[in-house]
Design a protein around this ligand. Sequence first.
Ligand SMILES: NC(=O)c1ccc[n+]([C@@H]2O[C@H](COP(=O)([O-])OP(=O)(O)OC[C@H]3O[C@@H](n4cnc5c(N)ncnc54)[C@H](O)[C@@H]3O)[C@@H](O)[C@H]2O)c1
Length: 248
Amino acid sequence: MPSLIGKIALVSGGARGMGASHSRAIVDAGGKVVIGDLLDDEGSRLAEELGEGAVYVHLDVTSSVDWKNAVDLAVRTFGGLNVLVNNAGITGFGKIGEYTEDQWHTMINVNATGQFLGITAARDALVSSAPSSIINISSTAGIQGTPGLHAYVASKFAVRGLTKSVALELGVFNVRANSVHPGVINTPMIAGLDLAANVGALHRAGEPEEVSNLVLFLASNESSYLTGTELVVDGGQLAGILAEVQTL
Ligand SMILES: NC(=O)c1ccc[n+]([C@@H]2O[C@H](COP(=O)([O-])OP(=O)(O)OC[C@H]3O[C@@H](n4cnc5c(N)ncnc54)[C@H](O)[C@@H]3O)[C@@H](O)[C@H]2O)c1
């Protein structure tokens, strides 16, 4: 496991699902974490369980005031901020003609604008505490389309593009930025959905910890030459179409 000793992280959407797994992994690797979420009870319980290396803060990623508060808490409590995991996200389906303009704006606001606001609020702290790493959670939906998932797909493509422009701007300060593209991962977000057709070469959904392993690598100095790129962790979903092997 890469060492995160000396690393201070802020994880949005850190109370449950993959964000909770990332928060836990960061502390296990010797780092400190500020867990931000709307789910105050779950987030506070997790921070308590993780001990003195973790603290919870109420964070709505669509609020720049909440973001400033979360970054200030990291600096006040742990002395800086050198890892930002932009993980919070929502999903939602609807065909063209049924999916409303309001639904569109909400999705873009949380999944894309939320990450921009986080990077904006954290920029100065990340520069001061460099080497730093911004980890933007996108999706395989940030690389290919899905019918009925238009706003989600658009928001996740936006994350991928934002990551590259941020990497180019902040690289001179030794602040790296990469996007992570999970496939189907077992979390509350996908509970009740039939996604069997979306699993890839490994024929199974992934577990949050399998994404956390990549997040840890990106947060650590082990990934010191990776920036502006996209890392896919999807069990082979994007490798191609699963089909029976044909014999002549
Ligand atoms: N589960 C999957 O199959 C999958 C696949 C690819 C990408 N992702 C992405 O991974 C990330 C984590 O998803 P998950 O599967 O753990 O989902 P989840 O629903 O279990 O967790 C998402 C967390 O984000 C929080 N959140 C939602 N809106 C928020 C807001 N406005 N401000 C702050 N927090 C907010 C939720 O309260 C929740 O704790 C998301 O960005 C998601 O789009 C998930």
